[in-house]
Every structure is written in structure tokens, then in C-alpha cells.
Write a protein that binds this ligand. Structure first.
Ligand code: ATP
Ligand code: MG
Ligand code: MG
Length: 439
């Protein structure tokens, strides 16, 4: 890879060489984080050239990209210059300069997905308004801009009340929960105040108890028969969960969905992803229908991740959409015939979509989050990866981020195997902490 500082002189929109790859269109990616890195990995297999725009010299994708332009994806001039070297422009983060993208499109630059999609999605409130106008089921939401209407929202929706930043949100960093009316001022202040652009959502209760509950219940032998009945009929109906569906749309508008997965969040951050989701088929169908409807209302090619809530009473509500590859699709690299990254490239390059179905019966993905700052954090992560090397079916991904911070996504591990229980057991054995003095 080569780094340069944005003059664009040495590159072409199409790789003119006769050999070429599957496509000789140069793909420009706004952002060079872990998603950009994994896009580069998929591109390399097909010999497709990817150039990235990211301000950080040693960003995760920099070592794998064909070229890395050091510059901000939120700076109109930088994006305009960058676009000159790309045959198609795409994103690995939605917090880019959407106004510039809309202007570039008018000048004939090919953005996939379309700038209008990025503009709608990057403002989570606008996104909610858009989807509610499409008749897509969502948790109730309301814009707030002063204490009086925030209190009003609290009366309407009750507590706990979810307060969210409209913009620049990721990994739950723009979210905060008020448990009582008295907490509202401090929660609003923690999110930067009303000037920052806030809205509220009704709290959606979903608890994931299927596993723990069944373990407890199974331990009562005499209850076995009743439990079998419960597990098969009602248990998964009255326990909610978070689901995600990745929908790919090609340039010819053909659509293809990856299997519905279950995502388990801890402190608002994605923690574990299980594929396929352990929910009844009718729920899966509902999730796919809503996801497809949401994606149909947005313009452009690429993969889109649709985050959903499954409520205790069996409703499926849309949480948010990401217009790009997503954390809930990392597992597809090892578990599906076509990964979400390859699918995204196929979609934006006008190639046929690949087969998104699973080639392994079960997969589980675990995010490696920073547990400590600096060296201590690196040490813990390296220990975990060392352990994973000994686990059958485990695949390590380390993003090579220059700095370790608490709760930052540093890497992930995907375990594939012959059944849901086996991959879960393998993950349990990976995460078992050695108790002090056990040597
Ligand atoms: P991402 O990293 O996915 O972009 P984000 O910062 O945009 O995250 P959200 O997706 O809005 O944040 O919320 C993060 C998590 O917080 C959700 O996955 C869910 O676990 C929880 N959450 C969000 N909204 C609600 C809600 N209305 N009720 C209950 N829990 C919620
Ligand atoms: Mg988000
Ligand atoms: Mg989210």
C-alpha cells in the first residue's frame, strides 16, 4: 500500500492494466477502520483495488489498502479530491460529509449507496421519521429541545426513558438512560445538552433468558417434561431479543439477505453475535420482511444492516439501519459462502450477488473490547487470542489499532462448528478466566 496526501495526480479511476481483477473499477472507501480493513481483505481476494480516505496514518485499513489518502472523510474538500481517483465511492462509516456527497453525485460521481441514504441515516432522528413515514414498526420516539418537552416525553413514554443524540452516535456513545424525572437534567447534560440535537425513545424491554432459564429449569429433573413442552412451544415466544438482518442490494435492484442473527449487547455495545438466531421461523420471516422494506425505502447499492428489537410479546421493531457492512455480519467471513464484505463489493461494482447462506451449521462471534488502557490492555487481549489459537473452529481477527482504550473494539473472534451448543461451549471455554492461584 502507499500513502499520499491527497493530490490525486498519480492515480486513475479505473485501473488501466490489461490484467485487471474481477473488476477494474477502483473502489474508494470513506473511512479506514476495521470495516474498511475487512473490505480490503475481501477485495484482495478478487484483485479489486481499494483506496481509503482516513485521517489516521496508521488506521486499521492502511496496511491493506491499495492506497491510503490521509484526510478527513468529514471534510468536503478532502472528499472531493479523493473522489477523483475512484470509479465508485462507498462508506464504511456513516458520519461522512453527506452534503459534499450530494453535490458530487450531481457532478456525476458514482456513490453507492446514494448520498440521500447517508444523509437520512447519519441523523438518527431523521432516520426514525423516514422509517415511520414508510410504515415500518419502531419504538415510539419524539424530538426534544427543552426540559419541558423532555418531561412531557417522560410522562408519555414512562421510565426508564432512552435519550439519544441525533448525530455522530456509535457503540451506544450517544445514548443515555433516565430512570426518573429527576434524572432528566443530568442525563441531558451528559449528552451535551439540547443544542447537541437530542430525541427520546420509549424503552423497549427485551431480555435474553432462553439459555440461562433452560439451564436452571433442566436441573429440576421432575420438571423435564413440562420444560420440553415450554421450550418447544412458548418459551422463545415470550422472551425478547435483539436481532439483525443484513440485506444486500445489487445495482440491478436484486436483493439478497443473510441469515437472521441474534446480537447480544453489553452496556449498549455489541458483545456477541449468534448465527443463525434461535427464534421461531415466523419471527425470522417478520424480521426479514421489515428489513427488506426498510432497505427498499433507501437508495443505492451495497449491504445494509438492519438492527431490530424482538419484544416479549413477539413484535419486531426497527432500531436503526447501517448503510454498510456491520459488526453483526463479521461472522459471515467464515460462516457464509459469500461474506458481507465481498457482497458489498459485488453490489457496488455491479457484479452478481453471491450466496449469503451459511456453509457451517452454527457460528458465534465475540468482540474483543479493550479491557484496560495501553500495555495492560494489549496483554489481556493477546492472552485471549493465544487461548483462541487452541480452540477448534476459532478464527482471530485483530484490527491493528494503534491505541488501546477501554471498551474500544480491538478485534473479534468467530467460532464456527457443528451446532449452536458446540460453538457456545467453545466460546465459554475461551472466556473462562483462570482463577488466581489455580496453577
Ligand atoms: P451502533 O454502534 O449500533 O451504531 P448506536 O450508538 O447507534 O449503536 P443504538 O443502536 O441506538 O446505538 O443503541 C445501542 C443499544 O442500546 C441497542 O443495541 C440496544 O441494546 C440498546 N437500546 C437502544 N435503544 C433502545 C430502546 N429504545 N430500548 C431499549 N434498549 C435500547
Ligand atoms: Mg448506530
Ligand atoms: Mg445500533
Amino acid at each position: 500500500s502507499s500513502q499520499d496526501h491527497g493530490d490525486g495526480s498519480s492515480s486513475e479511476r479505473h485501473d488501466g492494466s490489461a490484467k485487471g481483477g474481477v473488476s477494474n473499477t477502483v473502489v474508494g472507501v470513506l473511512g479506514g477502520g476495521q470495516l474498511g480493513r475487512m473490505l480490503c481483505q475481501a477485495a484482495s481476494q478478487m484483485a479489486v483495488k481499494v483506496v481509503i480516505l482516513d485521517p489516521l496514518e496508521s488506521c486499521p485499513a492502511s496496511g491493506l489498502a491499495y492506497q491510503h489518502v490521509v484526510g478527513s472523510f468529514d471534510d468536503g474538500d478532502a472528499v472531493r479530491e479523493f473522489a477523483k481517483r475512484c470509479g465508485v465511492l462507498t462508506v464504511e462509516i456513516e458520519h461522512v460529509d453527506a452534503v459534499t456527497l450530494e453535490k458530487l453525485e450531481l457532478q456525476g460521481i458514482d456513490c453507492q449507496p446514494k448520498a440521500s441514504t447517508i444523509r437520512i441515516i447519519q441523523d438518527k432522528y431523521l432516520q426514525k421519521v423516514h422509517f415511520s413515514q414508510q410504515g415500518i414498526p419502531l419504538p415510539d420516539f419524539m424530538e426534544i429541545d427543552n426540559l419541558a418537552n423532555t418531561e412531557k416525553a417522560g410522562e408519555l413514554f414512562g421510565y426508564p426513558l432512552m435519550i439519544k443524540s441525533k448525530r455522530l452516535a456509535y457503540d451506544g456513545r450517544g445514548n443515555a438512560v433516565a430512570h426518573t424525572k429527576a434524572e432528566l437534567p443530568s442525563v441531558v447534560a451528559a449528552l451535551g445538552g439540547f443544542d447537541h440535537g437530542l430525541y427520546v425513545e420509549r424503552w423497549t424491554p427485551f431480555v435474553k433468558l432462553i439459555l440461562d432459564l433452560s439451564v436452571v429449569l433442566y436441573s429440576f429433573e421432575f420438571a423435564g417434561a413440562i420444560i420440553c413442552f415450554l421450550r418447544q412451544s412458548t418459551l422463545s415466544d415470550f422472551l425478547g431479543a435483539e436481532l439483525s438482518v443484513i440485506v444486500a442490494r445489487a445495482r440491478d435492484n436484486s436483493v439478497s439477505c443473510f441469515p437472521v442473527v441474534e446480537t447480544i449487547h453489553k452496556n449498549n455495545i455489541c458483545h456477541i453475535v449468534e448465527s443463525p438466531a434461535d427464534v421461531p421461523n415466523k419471527i425470522k420471516k417478520l424480521a426479514v420482511d421489515i428489513a427488506q422494506k426498510a432497505v427498499k425505502s433507501l437508495e443505492g447499492a451495497g449491504v445494509f444492516a438492519v438492527e431490530l428489537f424482538l419484544t416479549k410479546d413477539g413484535q419486531v421493531l426497527l432500531n436503526e439501519v447501517a448503510p454498510r457492512p456491520h459488526n453483526s455480519g463479521h461472522h459471515t467471513i467464515e460462516s457464509c459462502y459469500t461474506s458481507q464484505y465481498e457482497q458489498h463489493l459485488r453490489a457496488i461494482l455491479g457484479l452478481p450477488l453471491g450466496d449469503p447462506s451459511m456453509k457451517t451449521p452454527a457460528a458465534i462471534m465475540y468482540n474483543i473490547l479493550g479491557e484496560d488502557e495501553g500495555e495492560a490492555g494489549f496483554h489481556l487481549a493477546h492472552q485471549l487470542m493465544g487461548k483462541a489459537l487452541k480452540i477448534p473452529g476459532a478464527n482471530i481477527h485483530w484490527y491493528d489499532k494503534p491505541e488501546m482504550r477501554k471498551l474500544r473494539k480491538m478485534g473479534h473472534i468467530t467460532i464456527v462448528g457443528p451446532s449452536k451448543n458446540v460453538v457456545k461451549e467453545r466460546l465459554d471455554s475461551l472466556l473462562e478466566r483462570e482463577t488466581p492461584g489455580s496453577h
